[in-house]
Ligand binder design. Structure first.
Ligand code: 6PG
Length: 470
């Protein structure tokens, strides 16, 4: 009987597409799904050159695989992952590898690594980005786990990953939950960039009355510049899609403005607070999705909390030039926050992350792929201990050059009464980060005043307390 190179549990679109991608690259693959239809349709989708087998039996599935076995799970995060692991365990042997390819919460991955390690099985948490198409034709993959066990996976993952200048968008990232953590922050950045684009769209459309067609053109132009990115590209496409239901105007204009979220952005913010990594742009993006949920209240408030924006004549081209630079400025600030969080988390959790490698594998395949990732890669190549991208000379100089535009864009949103939390937070972050002196001395004094929490002085060593009332 043929021994298969790789096994997949969960034959939903992502799992199926990844397997077909592997089969395209000459690997023999087996899939397990409890749904007989999914197991059968996998084989139906295969071409003549593919060696693919689908099954509904865990025992048969495991017995098909070449040892040490390499098995990926693509099932919903949470309990289903544990359930699948438990269903496979009776058939697995020492040295086998289980890769969780879902958006699992990283502490769950740490627990699973430990539990399976006790049985001699290597557990990997691997973020996969790029959606259905990415899975089929080249995703970006973020694996973390046992470094030597990764060698069994490497040839398969490198073959199926997206390529940028011939380099695969996958690399071993670090131990334990490193892969899930990197993917979590990827998604946090994803939230913030999406919100930034939405704010630009809102300012142009509601603030300045620019037409959808003109905004579409602008975003397409921006995407052909240093702002080139997957998220701008798809936004330009979204702004072209006509509504098929009514046949009147853009589909976008019929979509409800209440946003949903699966939770990875929230985890990024939550954990950033735990490890004291400031990521205000990501926080703002998560909060904007939350605010969007209070539709009824917003409708009411719109009637009472009115603001008449001052009328003015603005030339659209001048406006667009300002917003383009403001976009660049904010985008760099967003990535800088996410990358700094990774740097802090790597120390906190001993991941041993190499940020140059992270930038490298985010250049293609993933949702936050963008031209600027190459600049980030170069920045970390120059200085692998760079604590924040804002301190890179080249990036710093471009931020200094574009800050006027970002500040002006913030003023415009305030004048027009258009919410722009991410844009505003980018400017505020930049100003906080470049402030040699912050007013936190006053906060220390206040804490000492009401709670005797003590403070340090700038002119001598020691811890001090003052009786402020006396
Ligand atoms: C990706 C995406 C993917 C998924 C998000 C959606 O990298 O391919 O990030 O993982 O689309 O998790 O997240 P929300 O539902 O939270 O917006």
């Amino acid at each position: 009987m043929k021994e298969f190179d790789f096994g997949m549990v969960g034959l939903g679109v992502m799992g199926r597409n990844l397997l077909l991608n592997m089969a395209d690259h000459g690997f023999s693959v087996a899939g397990l799904d409890l749904d007989p239809e999914k197991a059968a349709s996998l084989e139906k989708e295969a071409s003549e050159e593919h060696t693919i087998k689908g099954t509904t039996s865990a025992q048969e599935f495991v017995s098909l695989l070449q040892k040490p076995r390499a098995i990926m799970l693509l099932v919903p995060a949470g309990k289903p992952v544990d359930a699948v692991i438990n269903s496979l365990l009776p058939y697995l042997e020492e040295g086998d590898i289980v890769v969780d390819g879902g958006n699992s919460y990283f502490p769950d991955t740490n627990r699973r690594v430990e539990e399976l390690d006790a049985k001699g099985i290597h557990f990997f948490g691997m973020g996969i980005s790029g959606g259905e198409k990415g899975a089929r034709f080249g995703p970006s993959m973020m694996p973390g786990g046992n470094e030597s066990a990764y060698e069994r996976l490497r040839p398969i993952f490198e073959a199926i990953a997206a390529k940028v200048n011939g380099e695969p968008c996958v690399t071993y990232l670090g131990s334990g939950s490193a892969g899930n953590y990197v993917k979590m922050v990827h998604n946090g950045i994803e939230y913030a960039i999406m919100e930034l684009i939405a704010e630009m769209y809102d300012l142009l459309k509601r603030g300045y009355g620019v037409s959808d067609a003109k905004i579409q053109q602008l975003f397409e132009d921006w995407n052909n510049s240093e702002l080139a990115s997957f998220l701008l590209e798809i936004t330009a496409d979204i702004l072209k899609k006509e509504d098929e239901v009514t046949g009147k105007g853009l589909l976008l204009n019929y979509i409800s403005d209440t946003a949903k979220a699966k939770g990875t952005g929230k985890w990024t913010s939550q954990n950033a607070m735990d490890i004291q990594a400031p990521v205000p742009a990501i926080d703002a993006a998560v909060q904007m999705r939350d605010i969007s949920k209070y539709k009824e209240e917003r409708v009411k408030a719109a009637k009472s909390l009115t603001w008449e924006a001052p009328a003015e004549d603005t030339d659209v081209d001048t406006l667009a030039a300002t917003l383009k630079d403001a976009f660049y400025f904010s985008m760099i600030n967003i990535y800088a926050q996410g990358m700094a969080q990774l740097t802090i988390a790597s120390k906190e959790y001993n991941y041993g992350l190499n940020l140059e490698e992270v930038a490298k594998i985010w250049r293609g395949g993933c949702i936050i792929r963008a031209a600027c990732l190459e600049d980030f890669r170069k920045a970390y190549q120059k200085d692998q201990h760079l604590p924040n991208l804002l301190l890179d000379e080249t990036l710093g100089a471009s931020l200094v050059a574009t800050q006027t535009a970002a500040r002006n864009a913030v003023k415009m949103t305030v004048d027009k009464g258009i919410p722009a939390s991410v844009l505003m937070s980018a400017v505020a972050y930049f100003d906080s980060y470049r402030s040699e002196i912050l007013p936190t001395n006053l906060i220390q004094a206040q804490r000492d005043f009401f709670g005797a929490h003590k403070y340090e002085r700038t002119d001598k060593e020691g811890i001090f307390h003052t009786e402020w009332n006396s």
